[in-house]
Structure formats: C-alpha cells, structure tokens
Design a protein around this ligand. Structure first.
Ligand SMILES: [Zn+2]
Length: 484
C-alpha cells in the first residue's frame, strides 16, 4: 500500500463536565460521587411534569471561558433544543442540549504534531448540554439480571467540544486530549480527577474509506488504545480487499478492542426542536467581561524565558497545572540557581519514578524536592546518589511510612560524595583491578570498553558516591602506572 492510502484521519467529540457547584438547570449539588444513588435529585432534574428549568449562569460563564481559550467565536444568540430519545438513564425522555445554534463555533487548539513543531487542530463547535443519569449494571451488561438507575448525574453541566478531522494518528489524539485537559484545568472549570468527568467519541478512518465512530471512551489512555486498535483493524481489512463498514463501535476497555454496536443503536431520529421552557441565550454584553488566566502555551514560553527551561522540559512541566505549580514552588527560593537542575530532575527523573510506581504527585512536597536539588547543586551527592535518595523519598510516601528529609537520608545511608576522600577511591580502584585481571589485560591491549567496565566496578564498590570526574582521573592514572 502506498503511504497516502494508509493516511489515518481522526476527529474527536469530547464531553467534559463543568466543575460548577450546582446542576445546569436546578440547584442540586454536582458533588454526588461519594453519596448514595438518587440523593441529588429534584423535580427539575427528574423531569417531573410541570417542573421548569432555570439556566445556571456559572455554567455558561465556564463554557464561554473555554470557548475564548480555544479561540472560538462565541455566538451572540444561541439556543437550547430538546433531543428526544428513550433510554432508562434519561428520565425526561429528552436531553436539553444545543443543536443548530451552539454557543461557540470554530476555534483551534495547538498540539505538538507528529511531524514536530506546533500543529493547529481546528474545532468545529462547542455546545452546552446536560449529562444524563447513570446505569449501574448488575453483572454483565448483556446477561446480568437487572440494571439500577442513578439520576445523581442527571443535569450536571457538560460541554461538548467537536474537533475537525485534523489528527493523523492515535498519538496526536492523545496529545490533543492532554492539551485540552491542561487548558480546562488552567481555566479552573474542570476537574480531571473526578471519575467520568471526561468522555470521548472518536471518529476514525483511513483516507478514501468509510468512517467508524468509537463511542463513549472514558479514559485518556483508552482513546489512544481504541484508536490504535482501529487503525490496525481497518488497515488489515483494506489489505485483504475487504470493505470497511460505516458503523458505530464500542471500546471494551478491559480487552483493549472495539466491537460493533448493534445497528439499531445507530439509527436515531432525535426530532430536535427548540426547548420551549428556555429563552434564547444572549451573551454579547457578557463576553468582554470574561478574563482568561495564563494558559499552558503562555506558561511554557514563560518557563523558557524566565527559568531557561528547554522546550521539551517546559512542555512537560506546563502540560499539567499541578506539575507546573509544583515546579515553581520548588525553585521559588532561588529561581536562577535551582531551575536548571530542578527542571530536569522534575520533568525527567521525578516523573519517571512516579510513573514507575503508578503514583501521583500529591504526596510529594515541593520543599523536599527543593532540598534534594540543593544537595545536588552543592555537589554534596552525585547524580546516582540523588536518584537513590529520590527513590527512598517516594517509597516512604507510597508506603505511608515516616518520611525523612533528603539530608537525613543522605546521612543515614552515608551517601555524601567522597570527593577529596581519595584514599577510599584509591582502595576501591586497587580492589577492582585486582579482581579483574582480564579487564586490565584488555585495557593494555587498547580496548576502550575495559576502562568503562572498571569504572563501573569502582562505582559499585563506592556505592555511587565517588565523584565521576575524580574517579576517572584516578583510575586512568592507576592503570598507566600498572602499564609502566
Ligand atoms: Zn435537581
């Protein structure tokens, strides 16, 4: 297959819960997750006869913030519509949403494209709607005896952000979502840690072939996985000369595969009509009053200018609001002095160690990381010991043990760099050479690898505490002597 025949085309529809205190059309609290089922409900969000919706001003303000941050055009007069369908999680048998007159149109979000550099992903529209309730299946969806309905979620404000089909790989889709999440969090309108606060429908096709919609993916990683599965599935069909059906599929998170939805589910006629209980939404006088905070791109540029971060480090650090705040706290006491080491130790080492432990940033305090960076900067410990200290710090927090300061860990484990303590290094060198006559011989025969091997042996004996430059110098001298 030629390259252009396998061009992947991805567009996303992202539903995000707006982090308001009350629901979109009533005063019920949106903070329902730790409460019993059907405890956050009232006649309005239950859709009882005669109940009238009243629009939540804060939700519209949040939606406009998002629209402005994503460079959309906010439409002065938008409209709510009823989307009619029957499903047990939809108590009213219609969802109040926006249809042909959404709040915002156009716009774009910049991501780091696969080809390198910034890439604009265009947006089609952003509209506001209410979340339906939740079905809780007893056992397997298909074979379980019954399902329970919880309307606590019914009426929680959502925005749906629809992108143009501008992404060219599952990886670009993941980057789009990460950037979107960061932007929403910088705006303080969204909490990505709340379970189910973001849901994605993904459209994916191979250029020249039919499009497939994968519905209701509920995790960030799930989107990339579902799309990767689809790319392989669709390319295999094409390779075998088979047709790709235009269809809706579900992503089975546990198995990492997509599965065709029964065709009936695809053929909806929603009979949209304007919501008679809500007036058109006019926002003109409001728009100019919407003030945006510093957003990820601006913060990334600032991190490079103010702290001298590399583009990659700045991108990583500002790609997550918590991490960006954390970094600034770590370097606060001495920005110029600490930033160069802190950016690589946080963006590379700390992130790596946290991911390895499947651990979040929350238990880690910036003061401790600042203390570790100071030890490294002063040359009190080597980089290798720094990693050891960091691991101890994280393990203590993960296991909820008593935590020690980095200085205390260094003292307890005796990790102070043995610079100047040439006696200890010299002894380790003699030992290493004595134990490895083959390496000595190889070195004499001009094999450069032998030197690296011996460096490793000495490092092991000094448990990583030896100053690397000093060790190298002393070892080379010792070997020269033996040659003579
Ligand atoms: Zn309610």
């Amino acid at each position: 297959m030629a390259e252009e025949d396998t061009q992947v085309i991805v567009g996303l529809e992202v539903h995000c819960q707006l982090d308001t205190k009350s629901k979109l059309f009533c005063g019920c609290s949106t903070d329902y997750r730790s409460d019993g089922p059907n405890t956050h409900v009232c006649p309005i969000c239950l859709g009882l006869p005669g109940a009238m919706p009243a629009l939540n001003k804060r939700a519209i303000e949040y939606a406009m913030k998002v629209a402005k941050a994503l460079n959309c055009e906010i439409v002065n007069e938008s409209e709510f519509s009823r989307k009619n369908y029957f499903y047990p999680d939809l108590d009213k048998a219609y969802q109040i949403t926006q249809y042909d007159k959404p709040l915002a149109e156009g716009g774009y979000l910049e991501i780091e494209g696969d080809a390198g550099g910034e890439k604009k992903i265009r947006l089609t529209r952003i509209h506001v709607e209410e979340d339906p309730g939740r079905l809780v299946h007893m056992g397997n969806v298909e074979r379980g005896k019954y399902s329970l309905v919880d309307y606590n979620r019914a009426g929680v404000p959502l925005i749906e952000i629809v992108s143009e089909p501008d992404m060219r790989s599952p990886k670009e889709a993941r980057k789009f979502l990460n950037k979107l999440r960061a932007t929403l969090e910088y705006l303080s309108v969204f909490d990505s840690e709340k379970e189910g606060s973001l849901r994605v429908d993904a459209n994916i096709s191979i250029k020249g072939h039919e499009r497939v919609e994968v519905k209701n993916i509920t995790s960030y990683k799930g989107v990339e996985k579902a799309l990767t599965f689809e790319v392989t599935r669709q390319k295999n069909l094409i390779r075998r000369g088979q047709r790709i059906e235009r269809e809706t599929r579900h992503f089975l998170e546990g198995r990492g595969v997509t599965q065709s939805a029964r065709s009936k589910e695809q053929e909806h006629d929603y009979r949209y009509f304007p919501e008679p209980d809500l007036r058109p939404l006019r926002v003109k006088s409001w728009v100019d009053g919407i003030v945006l905070p510093e957003l990820p791109d601006a913060r990334r540029e600032r991190f490079m200018a103010q702290y001298g971060c590399s583009l990659n480090h700045a991108r990583t650090l500002t790609g997550d609001l918590k991490l960006a705040n954390f970094f600034e706290k770590v370097v606060a006491s001495d920005p110029k002095g600490l930033a160069p080491l802190a950016s690589t130790w946080i963006a590379d080492t700390l992130i790596g160690e946290l991911n390895y432990r499947d651990m979040g940033l929350d238990p880690v305090d910036p003061e401790s990381v600042a203390a570790l960076v100071r030890l490294l900067k002063a040359g009190t410990i080597t980089d290798k010991s720094g990693v050891e200290v960091l691991r101890v710090m994280l393990d203590q927090r993960l296991k909820k043990e008593k935590t020690e300061t980095p200085d205390a860990i260094v003292a307890r484990l005796g990790l102070t760099r043995t610079t100047g303590d040439t006696g200890a290094i010299a002894a380790a060198i003699e030992e290493a050479i004595g134990e490895n006559p083959k390496a000595l011989e190889d070195y004499r025969n001009g094999e450069g690898k032998a030197l690296n091997f011996l460096v490793g042996q000495v490092m092991k004996k000094t448990r990583g505490k030896a100053d690397p430059a000093e060790l190298n110098r002393m070892l080379t001298e010792a070997l020269k002597k033996k040659e003579a």
